[in-house]
Design a protein around this ligand. Structure first.
Ligand code: FUB
Length: 322
């Protein structure tokens, strides 16, 4: 595959792609962007998505199959509005979708839906995951079979409304010179349906060992967590949000701490950037999105491009406009 990213789907708008290899195929679990007519604001109200479609590919250059609606907001008992980013996992014959959704009080939580097939349809649990908050869950399976979730997102994703996993009275970000708010990382229970422990801060440090600062908008975590393992090291990647970079940090275990290492993707066209990284038939791929086909920030389209590592384990930076 050429090192130029290509758009994958032109029938519907799709964003926030979580890609996984199940049964030797790539399955993609994206958000399904729609024209809701809600004016654009910093809270992201215009991202008013209502369902998920699952897609699959047998080869990276091959046909993309749309398996249709896998989960609809009308079938989620606790739903308020806005189905944002989701991810998927497999364990013991079951497939799980973990999704971001506001409840009836307009508070984001993380929900789960279950199927016996990777493409669904998925049946939602009656309530969100106990103790969950904010958005953008990603599921990482470690070599020993344990599953971890990373999550969190600032501004419209509501992470600034919490400290130590508790809601605070008035949501705010730390001052610029203070440590940045962190993504969260938590081990999942054996049945995949609960947190097995209290979520922990996923700390990202500068090379000097100090935590990233809240005012460092070109490096600090904003949203769109992803974790993968390469040559025995753990890579945590994320979006810097308002500065539109996809960055990564490297650690020795899923809890970190992680050391900020560099940029995976320079800004794409659009306000958001979001991704997943997957190893398929011996090559690594970056799935992401941009707003080029629609020209609208809330109507995004999936892309894929090959990802390359340098000999020292660093990732070669890709251009978001390629
Ligand atoms: O798609 C809605 C939100 O936009 C996602 O949850 C964020 O990561 C951003 O991509």
């Amino acid at each position: 595959m050429a090192k130029k990213a290509k758009h994958l789907i032109n029938t519907i708008y799709t964003a926030d792609p979580s890609a996984h290899v199940f049964n030797d195929k790539i399955y993609i679990y994206p958000s399904h962007d729609i024209e809701s007519g809600i004016p654009e604001n910093d809270n992201g109200d215009h991202f008013n998505m209502r369902d998920y479609h699952v897609f699959s590919m047998e080869t990276i250059d091959g046909e993309v199959t749309d398996h249709g609606v896998a989960l609809d907001v009308k079938n989620i008992p606790w739903a308020g509005r806005q189905l944002w980013d989701c991810d998927a996992a497999y364990k013991d014959g079951k497939y799980f979708i973990y999704f971001s959704l506001k409840d009836k009080n307009d508070v984001f939580h993380i929900g789960i839906a279950v199927s016996d097939k990777p493409e669904g349809p998925f049946i939602a649990q009656d309530s969100p995951m106990k103790g969950s908050y904010s958005i953008d869950p990603c599921i990482f399976k470690d070599g020993d079979g344990s599953h971890y979730m990373c999550f969190g997102g600032l501004w419209g994703g509501q992470l600034q409304r919490y400290r130590n996993n508790k809601a605070i009275e008035c949501g705010h970000e730390p001052a610029d010179h203070e440590p940045a708010l962190c993504a969260k990382v938590v081990k999942l229970s054996n049945d995949m349906l609960e947190f097995a422990e209290e979520p922990r801060d996923l700390v990202i440090m500068y090379e000097n060992g100090h935590p990233l600062k809240a005012g460092d908008h070109y490096n600090r975590f904003f949203e769109a967590s992803w974790m993968h393992k390469y040559n025995g090291k753990y890579y945590f990647s994320y979006s810097t949000g308002n500065t539109n970079l996809l960055c990564y940090a490297i650690g020795d275990n899923p809890y970190g701490p992680f050391t900020y290492t560099g940029v995976i993707l320079t800004p794409v066209v659009g306000w958001t950037t979001h991704h997943s990284i997957v190893d398929f038939k011996g090559k690594w791929y970056l799935f992401h999105h941009d707003s080029v086909p629609s020209g609208k920030t809330w109507l995004r389209s999936l892309k894929v491009v090959e990802l390359e590592y340098n000999a020292d384990g660093t990732i070669k930076t890709l251009q978001g406009t390629d």
